[in-house]
Design a protein around this ligand. Structure first.
Ligand code: CP
Length: 310
């Protein structure tokens, strides 16, 4: 059996391409399993996993928990909002207390970039990053790439656009690393104020014109405007943003091709994407959610195999 080189899943930047390919192979296998009448395998009966969420989540948290349960792992859930973090406990103390209860793997979401790596350097368990501030969201990028491969096949040479708030988006950063490692061409599109200057050094093209970007690409990943991470006004109003960067039927109808449309969620319906487009045949938004469980099963399973080996 092919094993991962990475000891933890902290980000896509440092993940070998061969590891991404192994995860994709296992995700396809687990997708087949979760579509069977009996969706569960007994593989990880001896593993306990803690989902430690210091930041809000719907999709990622539910998806990780379902993935763990489908693999028959024992699961404990921790939410900072209802914990002793509110009494001043540090991240390391919180997690070491959880690990003292014989937890083998920690899935962490935190608002601070680097929190997952910091944790992996200080605790004796596997660590999976479920999103650390504006840094990385590796399982989102893996499930996005898996969903794209389902529609487009091999991504070598495929043109993928990422539209919206690139500056505050860990999804964008992880997607860029992942897509480039898989051989795709990537263009980011959005207002000048929401595209960081360094982004070109990651090997992507930049555009501030949505229509030009849609003509160029095979698939478009529409990002949410992250009002909670923005400290300044980056555009005059949501209405102005929607006028320039909203994916809607009128824009799509001028193209003589069917784009694949992604969105990591949660969606601001009527801002970056209209309801009509989000719920259309071209949209793979709910496929992304389904694939998220399969991809996370693959990541958890492969990291757990290393524990069995060591
Ligand atoms: N895509 C994503 O990370 O969604 P949640 O914040 O709901 O987990």
């Amino acid at each position: 059996m092919k094993r991962l080189q990475a000891e933890h899943l902290i980000g896509i930047r440092d993940l070998p391409t061969s590891d991404i390919e192994i995860i994709m192979e296992w995700a396809a296998h687990f997708k087949e399993i979760i579509n069977r009448p009996i969706k569960k395998v007994p593989t990880l009966r001896d593993i306990t996993i803690a989902n430690v969420f210091f930041e809000n989540s719907t999709r990622t948290r539910l998806s990780f928990e379902l993935a763990q349960k489908r693999l028959s792992a024992d699961v404990v859930n921790f939410s900072a909002a209802s914990s002793s973090v509110k009494k001043g406990e540090t991240l390391i103390d919180t997690v070491n207390n959880i690990l003292a209860m014989k937890v083998d793997m920690v899935v962490i979401r935190h608002s601070e970039p680097g929190a997952a790596r910091f944790l992996s350097e200080h605790v004796k368990s596997k660590v999976i990053n479920a999103g650390d501030g504006t840094h990385e969201h590796p399982t989102q990028a893996l499930l996005d790439a898996f969903s794209l491969q389902e529609r487009l096949g091999d991504l070598v040479g495929k043109k993928i656009a990422i539209v919206g708030d690139i500056t505050h988006s860990r999804v964008a950063i992880s997607n860029i690393h992942c897509l480039i490692k898989l051989g795709a061409k990537v263009k980011v599109c959005g207002p000048t104020t929401l595209i960081p200057k360094y982004i070109k050094s990651m090997g992507v093209e930049v555009s501030h014109d949505l229509q030009e970007t849609l003509v160029w690409c095979d698939a478009v990943n529409m990002l949410r405007i992250q009002l909670e991470r923005q400290t300044d006004a980056h555009f005059p109003s949501l209405r102005d943003y929607a006028l320039r960067f909203q994916l809607n039927k009128e824009r799509l109808s001028t193209l003589n091709k069917e784009l694949v449309i992604l969105h990591p969620g949660p969606i601001n319906r009527g801002v970056e994407i209209t309801t009509e487009v989000a719920d259309s045949e071209q949209s793979v938004i709910l496929d992304q959610v389904e694939n998220g469980v399969a991809v996370r099963m693959a990541v958890i399973f492969l990291l757990a195999q290393q524990m069995h080996r060591n």
